[in-house]
Design a protein around this ligand. Structure first.
Ligand code: GLV
Ligand code: GLV
Length: 325
C-alpha cells in the first residue's frame, strides 16, 4: 500500500481522494509549519511514496535525500513553487507539481477586494466607525477614488493577471495596460489592452498596479524604491503574488512620504513578519496571505494536489508537473 505524508492538515477532499485509492495517509501531527529538521525527521526511514507539501515548507536537496528514494513526488498545495529547489528535484528525478487554474478566480476576486477596499478606504472607514468617530454624514468624509474607468496596470499576464484584466475591463470599464516578458496579441484584441514592453512605462501610467508574476531571481524586488518613485502620486499598488517581489522597506517609505497614495497587499517579504512601520500606516490594507482562501478553492486545491499524487503513483504524468525554466 502506498504511503503519503501530508505536511499539515488540508481540506478533507484531498485526504479522501488519496484514501479512496487505498493509500495510507499520514498527516503531520502538528498543525503548524514544520522546521526543516522536523520535516526531515518525519520523512526519514518511513518509506513514503509521495509528499503533499505547502508553500511554507522549504523543500531542498537535503529534504529530498532525507525522505529517501521511495518518494516519487512532492505535490505542492499552491500555484507558486518558489519554496521548492527545482534544480535539486531534477537532479534526483523527483516530480514536483503545483495547483494552477483552480485558484485563478478566487485570487482575482481577492485582488479586486483589495483594490476596491483601498480605493474606497474600507478598512480605514471601518476602524473609524468602530472607534465611535462617526458624527454624521459629511461631504468631505473619507473621500476615496473610483476604480471604474481608471487605468489598471497588470504586471504578469498569466492566468490570474488575465482574469484581473477581464474583471477590470468587463466589470469596471477600466483600461488595461500590461507588462510581461511575452506579448499576447489575442489578449490585447479581446480586452483592448495595451502592451508595455518596459515596466517603467506601465508604472508611470497606471492608476492601479497589480502584481501577478511568480517569484524568481529576476522578479525579486521588481518593485523597488526607484520604481515606486515612477508611479503616480495618486496610484495604488496591489500585491497578491509573492512578498519579495516588492521591496517592503521601500514600500513603507513610499507610503509614509505619499510617493504613492496607497497599497493593498496579501503577501509579505518575510512572512509572517511585517516590515517595520507597515502596520501603523492608514493608507495600506494588509491581509495574511489569504488570496486563495475560500472553502471552495482550498478544497479544489487539495483535490488537485491529490490527483497529481495519484497520477504519479499510477505511473502516469501528473497533470501539473512543473519544470525548471
Ligand atoms: C498561494 O500563494 C499559492 O501560490 O497558491
Ligand atoms: C497562476 O496561476 C498564473 O498563471 O497567474
Amino acid at each position: 500500500m502506498a504511503k503519503i505524508f501530508v505536511t499539515r492538515l488540508i481540506p478533507e477532499a484531498g485526504i479522501n481522494a488519496l484514501k479512496e485509492k487505498g493509500y495510507e495517509v499520514v498527516v503531520s501531527a502538528h498543525d503548524r509549519v514544520l522546521t526543516k529538521e522536523e520535516l526531515t525527521a518525519a520523512l526519514r526511514g518511513q518509506n513514503y511514496d509521495a509528499v503533499l507539501c505547502l508553500l511554507t515548507d522549504k523543500i531542498d536537496g537535503e529534504v529530498f535525500d532525507g525522505a529517501g528514494k521511495q518518494v516519487k513526488i512532492f505535490a505542492n498545495y499552491a500555484v507558486g513553487f518558489d519554496n521548492i529547489d527545482l534544480k535539486a528535484a531534477e537532479e534526483r528525478g523527483m516530480m514536483i507539481t503545483n495547483t494552477p487554474g483552480v485558484l485563478t478566480n478566487t485570487v482575482a476576486e481577492h485582488t479586486f477586494a483589495l483594490m476596491l477596499a483601498i480605493a474606497h478606504r474600507i478598512a480605514e472607514a471601518d476602524r473609524f466607525t468602530r472607534a465611535g468617530k462617526y458624527e454624521g454624514w459629511a461631504p468631505m468624509l473619507l473621500l476615496g477614488n473610483d476604480v471604474s474607468g481608471k487605468t489598471i496596470g497588470v504586471v504578469g499576464l498569466g492566468r490570474i493577471g488575465s482574469r484581473v484584466a477581464h474583471h477590470a475591463v468587463k466589470g469596471f470599464g477600466a483600461k488595461v495596460i500590461y507588462h510581461d516578458i511575452k506579448r499576447n496579441e489575442d489578449f490585447e484584441k479581446e480586452f483592448k489592452a495595451v502592451y508595455k514592453e518596459k515596466l517603467e512605462d506601465l508604472l508611470k501610467e497606471a492608476d492601479f498596479i497589480s502584481i501577478h508574476v511568480p517569484l524568481l531571481d529576476a522578479t525579486r524586488h521588481l518593485i523597488n524604491a526607484e520604481r515606486l518613485k515612477l508611479m503616480k502620486s495618486s496610484a495604488y499598488l496591489i500585491n497578491t503574488s509573492r512578498g519579495p517581489i516588492v521591496d517592503e522597506v521601500a514600500l513603507v517609505e513610499a507610503l509614509k512620504n505619499k510617493t504613492i497614495r496607497g497599497a493593498a497587499i496579501d503577501v509579505f517579504e518575510n512572512e509572517p513578519r511585517l516590515a517595520s512601520g507597515l502596520a501603523g500606516l492608514e493608507n495600506v490594507i494588509l491581509t495574511p496571505h489569504i488570496a486563495s482562501a475560500t472553502e471552495e478553492t482550498r478544497s479544489a486545491m487539495a483535490e488537485l494536489a491529490a490527483q497529481n499524487i495519484i497520477a504519479a503513483l499510477e505511473g502516469k504524468a501528473p497533470p501539473n508537473l512543473v519544470k525548471k525554466k
